[in-house]
Ligand binder design. Structure first.
Ligand code: GLA
Length: 727
């Protein structure tokens, strides 16, 4: 039993293999949070303290007891209006136009299996792998319910949380703020780790102390965004990769979000994750409900590496779906950086022929194949194959590419429209534009109103008509601007549109994965602008960044690795000098960095010399050797490329018999000092052989003293060790 209700103590404990989460229904029916941390049994309500504190009010039924205050007690689902003046998880505007919600315990149920969420992505599990706790809270005055859901996956040290607001009151209400996950920690000093960035430089890790006042990150863009990722970590001040307590929250959602962390007046920490409050006011008529997306939570008492590994395992095996979830993904060549919009059917076939000759397994036709799309000025929305440009039908092109022994994949951007398109001329009201205002343009395009079913249905039909023209085995689903000018002609309230947009997107994707179960979908939003756990439910890999420079990628992939598994990280070898940074790097360095994700190429192969082509052939053979280890192995960060001389990481097989350690030099100095790379996750005091050199190493010494990275000539040199257990 992973969920235990103690009738006497009124505690509910959620146990996983290594962690325990505990709450208590207290004497007034408030649901208090008691404990989240290492596995522990018994009742932890001794952690609650009661003192008479100035300006911290008391619920009426506490009578003359001035020591009982919601302003200081740790809670599971704090709402505005109970006397808790900290940042609430929920704000509801009631029928009487007040903003008070006073949720009290009504009942709870425990059941086998993991709950699912209609219309939303969510972690899934067999009945034997998970349990669900449902706690019903009610505001006794309005009758509004908050139904808290907890999914417990013991083997994964994961607890998920979602909440449903049910309007069981007699009138119209509006949900102004909703954060399904709240974590109140009564003691301790924590750092807030967030992943900030920009287009082409996503998910830089920032670690800052949680102070008094609230640190808030989030996205107002209608998507999870390049600027902040919807996943955060609270780590003890002195927590490292290998030691210390840390808590992670990953939002399984692709729309606007916010996460808030702060210390209250008594130095207690609160962490929240939920919908972005801006432009959010979700209307509920009597009988209607709003189900929030879920948050994946995990705790590690053994530092950040273990925390990340918990996320990786859960996301890879219980969130990603479909045929390619566990299979090694095909090595692809993408046409974008090879020729951008400038191609013909002949030039595509020439690229494909060269790719096939090198051993590449799939050809991906990127932007520019449809409508009038010879530049980004026009064409989005017109999903008709440009046969004139291709010189043949799509079906014929695919047949030719299949004939070369390669799979075929195609780029789409279904959520968008250019003003210069047939679709926009016919349905100008389908794009987000506020009547009477001129819209914000971004990359010359507008966003289609996916909160409207007829818009989703129409685009879905157009896209299916393309996919049905041949043997398409891969889709790159792109999304190249942020939402603005939110106005939906048919909505009863504009405060619902941003969330309904995401629901429309998920509805489209769900239909697509069901209709084409054999197609691998790669998510993309100008690279990693929508790299989140929500998208990974539909697209098991996401183009990590439009920046393919391997040295910048060290940092981008480092930040990404805190939450997301390598199997989800789209990474390609591109040209040198790099198109984004003009940096010159070797094919070896580019290959090694791309091999730490779902591997592919994105450059004009026909411009390469014979030597480089041979190198690619060797690279492909090598990748095939290690692909399963990269995709399923346990991941360790060995350095911090944001501050260290090297970017280094490691994949260890589940049985710990094999490890791949990869390192890329960043800074180069004269008369170099030597960097020692400390190798992790191997069996204790066991001999391992480096298969490249044949040299034997002791695993404990590898961890404690490290292995010297050879000082190689030139900048940005890559090196790797492949260790195999000797016994
Ligand atoms: C985005 C993607 C790129 C490419 C272009 C095509 O920027 O991230 O990989 O597909 O769009 O327009």
């Amino acid at each position: 039993m992973s969920i235990i209700y103690d009738e006497k103590q009124k505690t509910i404990s959620l146990h996983t293999k290594n962690t325990t989460y505990q709450m208590q229904i207290d004497r007034y029916g408030f649901l208090l949070h008691l404990y989240y941390g290492r596995y522990a049994e018994g009742c932890m309500d001794y952690l609650l303290t009661y003192y008479d504190r100035g300006f911290s009010g008391n619920p009426y039924e506490a009578g003359t007891d001035k020591t009982y205050s919601m302003d200081s007690l740790p809670q599971e689902f704090p709402s505005l209006g109970t006397g808790d003046y900290r940042t609430p998880a929920c704000i509801i505007k009631n029928t009487d136009r007040t903003y008070c919600s006073d949720f009290r315990y009504v009942t709870h149920t425990i059941r086998e299996g993991k709950y699912s969420l209609p219309g939303l992505p969510a972690v899934y599990a067999d009945d034997s792998e998970a349990q669900t706790l449902e706690v019903v809270l009610e505001d006794p005055v309005t009758g509004v319910l908050a139904v808290l859901l907890y999914g417990v996956l013991p083997e994964y040290d994961v607890i998920t949380r979602s909440v449903k607001i049910v309007n069981a009151s007699k009138g119209y209400i509006s949900v102004k703020k909703l954060a399904p996950a709240c974590l109140d920690l009564v003691g301790g000093d924590y750092d807030f780790l967030t992943f900030y960035g920009r287009h082409a430089m996503e998910r830089n890790c920032q670690r800052m102390p949680v102070g008094h006042g609230t640190s808030k990150i989030g996205s107002l863009r209608g998507t999870s965004s390049h600027q902040y990722n919807p996943a955060v970590i609270l780590a003890e001040h002195d927590a490292t990769e290998d030691a210390g307590s840390c808590y992670g929250m990953a939002f399984v959602y692709s729309g606007g979000f916010q996460s808030e962390a702060g210390k209250d007046q008594y130095s207690q920490t609160r962490l929240l994750m939920g919908f972005s409050e801006e432009q959010f006011a979700y209307p509920l008529n009597p009988g209607e409900d709003l189900q929030s997306p879920e948050v994946i939570m995990t705790y590690s008492g053994e530092g950040l590496a273990k925390l990340s590994q918990n996320f990786h395992r859960c996301i890879r095996t219980h969130l990603c779906r479909g045929k390619y979830k566990e299979t090694v993904r095909p090595i692809l060549i993408n046409s974008w950086e090879a020729s951008y919009f400038d191609f013909t059917g002949e030039s595509l076939l020439a690229l494909a022929r060269q790719a096939a000759d090198l051993g590449i397994e799939m050809f991906v036709l990127d932007d520019g194949w449809f409508g009038n799309r010879d530049s980004d000025l026009r064409g989005l929305g017109d999903w008709k194959v440009n046969e004139k440009k291709l010189g043949c039908s799509l079906g014929e092109l695919i047949t030719k590419i299949n004939g070369m022994g390669m799979k075929f994949g195609i780029w789409i951007e279904p959520e968008m429209v250019n003003e210069d398109s047939e679709l926009y001329r016919e349905h100008p009201d389908w794009a987000f534009v506020i009547p009477g205002r001129r819209p914000n343009r971004s990359r010359y395009q507008l966003v289609l109103d996916f909160s409207r079913k007829e818009v989703v249905d129409y685009i879905y039909e157009q896209i299916c008509a393309v996919l049905d023209q041949g043997n398409v085995e891969y889709i790159k689903w792109d999304m190249n601007r942020s939402l603005a000018d939110i106005y939906s002609a048919t909505a009863d309230s504009q405060g619902r549109v941003l969330h309904d947009y995401v629901l429309g997107l998920y509805d489209f994707l769900e239909r697509l994965v069901n209709r084409y179960p054999n197609i691998l979908i790669e998510g993309c939003s100008g690279g990693g602008g929508r790299f989140d756990a929500g998208m990974l439910y539909y697209t098991p890999q996401i183009w990590c960044s439009d920046n393919t420079d391997p040295i910048d990628r060290l940092e981008i992939q480092y930040g990404t690795s805190f939450i997301y598994p390598a199997s989800s990280v789209g990474a390609h070898v591109s040209a040198s000098p790099n198109h984004q940074t003009r940096r010159v790097t070797s094919m070896k360095t580019r290959g090694m960095v791309a091999m730490a994700g779902t591997f592919g190429y994105e450059l004009n192969l026909n411009e390469l010399g014979e030597e480089e082509k041979d190198e690619i052939r060797r690279q492909i053979a090598e990748y095939k050797k290690y692909a399963a280890l990269v995709q399923r192995g346990t991941y360790y960060r060995l350095t911090n490329p944001q501050t260290d001389n090297q970017g280094a990481w490691e994949f260890v097989s589940e049985d710990q018999r094999e490890a791949l350690v990869q390192v890329v030099g960043i800074k180069k100095h004269a008369n170099m000092t030597v960097d020692y790379i400390k190798v992790k996750g191997l069996k204790e005091n066991t001999m391992y052989r480096d298969t490249e050199t044949g040299r034997l190493y002791n695993s404990t010494a590898l961890r404690e003293a490290g292995v010297p990275k050879p000082v190689l000539e030139g900048e940005y040199q890559a090196y790797q060790w492949h260790f195999v257990c000797e016994d």
